[in-house]
Write a protein that binds this ligand. Structure first.
Ligand SMILES: *[C@@H]1O[C@H](CO)[C@@H](O)[C@H](O)[C@H]1NC(C)=O
Length: 316
């Protein structure tokens, strides 16, 4: 089944490029539509979409959607499982756990400019009905669970349009978090840090997601234990991660990347965010994701700064 589609899609991608070179305007509008139809009709076309993504970019001006996804996903897709596109973020949904695998955002100062009347007060938590009901989390799952409905893409990152803010309240972007000492503590500090970076540097890419970390039982054995809530059995992640990429303001400046892993538990106030810095490979190992398309990171990123204040002071 896969091969004919693969050939067809790659052929289509090649013809898209040819059309562009020929400058045949109507033809390539037609081709864009065909490509979209192909992706809608056939799930296999979706899985090879990174391969035909470069063809997409030729049509950026004619297709706001493609343009936006390309911008948010500039550093690559960490995974391709059930990818869902919202107006200001992109996520991959984990149907088994009823919690996203990852949520990617591209933050600029304009995202943080709060428009009058826009905010979380006018948004409501709700299930995303486009997820099949068998795999969908419901509001009832969180009720009396003892866990907060924690945002992966933070609502405060999307307050320039009410629609963007509303969409962060879809349960696909929500995961069970310990409230006291986590959601309202260290996790909130991390989200605030990301917004400060955005204010300071102007272009920040954030990828957020859950981790389910096993414990070692013996020399070569591990076991994984995590809670689930509600009749839909929404998984309670043991940890959460954020991978943060800050773009340099210099024309040829390298971006700077940091990754954090925080346990989903009350975190003592005396600990700083730096205590939770983590090697991105550890996140990849536990989450089964791959960031930055597996590029050699030392080649594309600047060096590690030992403190947050030094990031603000020394990164350009
Ligand atoms: C946002 O959500 C609220 C409450 O669900 C709704 O009344 C409002 O129309 C939504 N706004 C937009 C722009 O979608």
């Amino acid at each position: 089944m896969i091969r004919p589609w693969l050939g067809l899609a790659l052929g289509l991608a090649a013809s898209l490029v040819a059309c562009f070179v020929a400058g045949a305007y109507f033809q390539h509008r037609h081709a864009t539509r065909r490509l979209q139809q192909l992706v809608q009709q056939d799930p296999y076309a979706y899985y090879i979409s990174p391969k035909i993504f470069n063809a997409f970019c030729f049509f950026a001006e004619q297709n706001g959607e493609v343009h936006r996804v390309r911008r948010i996903m500039k550093y690559g897709f960490p995974g391709l499982d059930d990818v869902r596109i919202y107006s200001d973020f992109v996520l991959s949904y984990d149907r088994r756990n009823r919690v996203a695998h990852w949520v990617c955002e591209h933050l600029q100062q304009s995202n943080l400019l709060r428009q009058p009347g826009v905010g979380r007060a006018s948004a409501t938590y709700r299930p995303d009905l486009s997820v099949p009901s068998t795999f969908r989390a419901a509001l009832a799952d969180y009720r009396h669970s003892g866990f907060d409905r924690g945002h992966l893409a933070a609502a405060g990152n999307h307050c320039s349009h009410q629609l963007h803010c509303n969409e962060t309240f879809f349960l696909t972007n929500i995961a069970p978090q310990i409230g006291q000492g986590f959601n309202s503590g260290a996790w909130n500090k991390l989200e605030t840090y990301v917004r400060h970076l955005t204010q300071r540097f102007g272009s920040v890419y954030v990828c957020t997601g859950p981790l389910y970390k096993p414990r070692q039982q013996s020399a070569n054995k591990w076991s994984l234990e995590y809670q689930m809530i509600g009749s839909n059995m929404v998984a309670v992640p043991t940890h959460y991660f954020k991978v943060i990429t800050i773009e340099s303001k210099l024309p040829l400046g390298k971006p700077y990347m940091e990754a954090y892993v925080l346990p989903n538990s009350p975190i003592p106030q005396k600990l700083t965010l730096r205590d939770f810095l983590c090697d991105i490979r550890e996140i990849e190992h536990y989450a089964g994701l791959q960031f930055f398309d597996g590029l050699r990171r030392s080649a594309i990123f600047g060096s590690n700064f030992p403190s947050e204040s030094q990031v603000f002071r020394d990164f350009l």
